[in-house]
Design a protein around this ligand. Structure first.
Ligand code: NAD
Length: 254
């Protein structure tokens, strides 16, 4: 990592974006670097992809960590804070999904519920808890400390890939509001709740794609860049906290 990285990074606001080697997270990372931040990329696996993206983006580093494991979360935040000696922004983007018909209750097994909560609720909460001291220091430097959780429209409306997923995202939305109260005024906490986004994850979600094309006022699914734009907007504001920003092309209106 070395001295040079430290000097380069400290001139910029530093953001950790979890799950950022593909899909929405990669688009967020690109946008943040374009806007002048230094980004710490992360993924559960795909280490080579992460290193290559960090090299391509320049103002970036990469850390691998399995967020289903508590010790890995601790290591991630400790290594992230060490890279530039500070942490100003945390984007909790990493998540798991999966399709289970809502009327197939047996398929939504307790193991699936536990996995959903572990990665989509407990991990983001713990990453915020572990980052709190770094974000508070950032606030004192006027680093505009904030957290952005990527939840889902499925956490707002009774929809989504599966009931455990939707319930976990609803929990993440509530955690967002609760933590906005606990961590203000130093740290703002918001969420972006995407509808359908074109990523490798949703490449074969044919029905959802048809629904968005036919019914959403925007007549298309989101591109990962659309979600990155919403994240950037929340990073740049000073007075918005506890907000769940629905970014679904207006489908909720239909
Ligand atoms: P993706 O599969 O491309 O990316 C998910 C990322 O999460 C990957 O980088 C992966 O490494 C990481 N991840 C998953 N499990 C992990 C674990 N145990 N440890 C560490 N990292 C782990 O998916 P995406 O579509 O870009 O989704 C990103 C976020 O957006 C997720 O939270 C997802 O729920 C949410 N979202 C996506 C859509 C959509 O339509 N694509 C819609 C609403 C919400």
């Amino acid at each position: 990592m070395g001295e040079m990285m430290n000097r380069t990074a400290t001139n910029r606001q530093v953001a950790l974006v979890t799950g950022s080697t593909s899909g929405i997270g990669a688009a967020i990372a690109r946008r943040l670097v374009d806007e002048g931040l230094f980004v710490i990329l992360h993924s559960g696996r795909s280490q080579e992809k992460g290193m290559a993206l960090a090299a391509e983006l320049g103002f970036a580093a990469y850390i691998q960590a399995d967020l289903s494991q508590e010790v890995e979360r601790v290591r991630l935040i400790s290594e992230a804070a060490d890279i530039a000696g500070k942490l100003d922004v945390l984007v909790n983007n990493a998540g798991i999904s999966g399709l289970i018909p809502h009327d197939d209750l047996a398929a939504a097994s307790p193991d699936i519920w536990r996995a959903q909560y572990e990665v989509n609720v407990i991990a983001p909460f713990q990453l915020i808890a572990l980052s709190e001291k770094h974000l508070r220091k950032s606030a004192h430097r006027k680093g505009r400390a904030c957290v952005i959780n990527i939840s889902s429209h499925a956490g707002v409306r009774p929809k989504g890939g599966s009931i455990p997923y939707a319930a976990a995202k609803a929990a993440l939305n509530h955690v967002t509001r609760l933590l906005a109260r606990s961590l203000g005024p130093e740290i703002r906490v918001n969420a972006v709740a995407p509808g359908l986004v074109d990523t490798p994850l949703t490449a074969d979600w044919i029905e959802a794609q048809a629904l968005w094309k036919a019914q959403a006022p925007m007549k298309r699914a989101a591109r990962p860049e659309d979600i990155a734009q919403a994240v950037m907007m929340l990073i740049r504001t000073d007075y918005i906290t506890g907000e769940i920003l629905l970014s679904d092309g207006g489908l909720n209106l239909t």
